[in-house]
Design a protein around this ligand. Sequence first.
Ligand SMILES: [Fe+2]
Length: 256
Amino acid sequence: MTPNPLLSRDGLVLPFYRHPAAGVNPPLDTPAYRAAALRAPRQPLVPLPQGLTEITGPLLGEERVQPADADLTTRYPGGEALGQRIILTGRVLDSGGRPVPDTLVEIWQANAAGRYQHQIDDHPAPLDPFFDGAGRCMTDSDGRYRFITIKPGAYPWGNHHNAWRPAHIHFSLLGRAFTQRLITQMYFPGDPLFGFDPIFNSVPDPKARERMICRFDLALTQPEWALGFEWDIVLRGPEATVFERQEKRFEYKDSP
Ligand SMILES: [Fe+2]
């Protein structure tokens, strides 16, 4: 008899997380993105049943993440980060459209000249002593995050001749559960490098690619100070709570 994937060994009915539609996420093996060749699995993936470890999430407490962690421009005494100052905000939602509060949002990015403060980045562009490119915050009760940072520059990355990454900010979100963890990149509207970037274009669905691009918002822009951009993030949501049982939940058995 096939074990019910929704029941834990303790007999608890567990929520599960639906796989996204085909074409939304990039395939594991993306030949145009050369570094992926050594990372992509050669064997079919083996779906593991989700247990309590996967459907529960981290409890970070209230003191580890400070409000100052969300301002990447004023972290160091003696000066501010160079570049176009921006306000970057949005809401974290689950696939049911519900806000995800109290989730950790972490970002990392290149500076305005397109260089990371990292030992392996040898791009001959200046480092900024007042910018390390890392920030984090917790979402509020409405699922909203908010950062003050600078718009990152494009940078060369050696994937192929004359390869430049569009300006982007890396995001990591933990969500409510470890199976919801999302790591992605956010782009800026109208970037002329979109058509040439294998990473951006590794997402097959054009509409899904558009969802990686933030939106300029004049109402969010603060006069004489910073441009405003908005970008909402949708995590996988639970199809049901622990206490609900619906027939459609058994689709999981046939999911890829
Ligand atoms: Fe990057």
